[in-house]
Design a protein. Structure first.
Length: 308
């Protein structure tokens, strides 16, 4: 079975959407990535850090799904990373109200025993030096290194981000960030510029408008499923990344063709994530639901045109 190493935040989130408000609930990029990856036949491990205030019950949600947490450091007397966000009425944009790094501020990631030879490494959105440190701890070059990042790191740690980006295979980024990173409005031009920075594959996420995959001169597009219920988009990007990475770890075959399927799996899982607050929907997700929606994806995008 393929091994997937995930690095990212484990967090308390407090979320406000037009439909309601939560207190502190389970969140974090690594949490969403890990939960999405459990939909595939892979062995996965998380490298992260939390404080003593992080409930055992939250750990159990991940442990019970066979995610190896030996790389999750629990800092004595420390407080867990906290993020609070409020979505606008269109649910496509949000304001970050609070970011308390807490234990994440001095995080020194340690790759756990048995995962320094992981096939795929998924570097969740974190300080680029942390992402780089994990790459440097790998015994040999993984088959695939995927990196997620955001505008915050572009604004504050550009040089470090460029160092790590030069070492990876796939970057997942949203459209606004791709434009910011390259100063190109055209996403085709932006993706070409990003490929020059290092990653051979560029995935541009466009929220409810789907995702694009670029590799050399090839482009693939996956729509997002038009949903009746969008409740809370938090974690959709990470869930997408977890589905993408989980599928490729299971498939073992890294190519543009397999990445097309990976994008569909990522989009499919993200469509569930947004239906409830936080991780609620992902923890109860059943295989038959995932499969039924994959078929909906197929129907949504297939057509026969005959040229006369
Ligand atoms: P997404 O909605 O996919 O962009 O990711 C949301 C998750 O990212 C939330 O669960 C947050 O806990 C986490 N998060 C937000 N800001 C940061 C940050 N600066 N570093 C690490 N994780 C973060």
């Amino acid at each position: 079975m393929g091994k997937l190493l995930i690095v990212g935040s484990m967090a308390f989130d407090a979320i406000e959407t037009p439909f309601g408000k939560t207190g502190k609930i389970l969140g974090g990029a690594a949490t969403f990535i890990g939960l999405a990856a459990t939909q595939f036949k892979v062995r996965s491990a998380i490298v992260s850090v939390v404080g003593e205030d992080f409930p055992e019950a939250y750990m159990d949600i991940l442990k019970d799904r066979d995610i190896d947490l030996s790389g999750v450091e629990v800092v004595k007397g420390g407080k867990t990373f906290f993020w609070q966000g409020k979505y606008h009425n269109d649910l496509n944009s949000r304001d970050t109200l609070v970011t308390e790094l807490n234990t994440l501020a001095d995080f020194n990631p340690i790759v756990p025993d048995g995962f320094a030879d992981a096939d795929v490494v998924m570097l969740g959105n974190l300080h680029p030096n942390i992402q780089l440190s994990v790459i440097n701890q790998m015994e040999e070059r993984p088959k695939l290194i995927i990196l997620d990042t955001m505008n915050f790191w572009m604004n504050h740690t550009w040089d470090e981000l460029m160092d790590v980006i030069a070492k990876i295979d796939v970057i997942t980024i949203n459209d606004e960030e791709a434009r910011q990173m390259t100063k190109e409005y055209s996403l085709v031009k932006a993706a070409a510029k990003i490929q020059e920075m290092g990653p051979k594959y560029v995935v541009i996420k466009k929220g409810e408008h789907g995702a694009l995959l670029f590799h050399e001169n090839n482009i693939f597009f996956a729509p997002a499923l038009p949903l009746e219920e969008v409740f809370d988009p938090t974690g959709a990007g990470d869930t997408f990344a977890g589905g993408f990475a989980g599928y490729l770890t299971q498939a073992g075959n890294i190519s543009f063709e397999s990445m097309k399927n990976a994008i569909i799996h990522g989009s499919n899982l993200a469509s569930f994530c947004v239906e409830r607050f936080g991780t609620e929907r992902m923890v109860e997700l059943k295989k038959h639901e995932v499969e039924a929606r994959l078929m909906q994806f197929k129907e949504l995008t297939q057509f026969n045109i005959e040229l006369t």
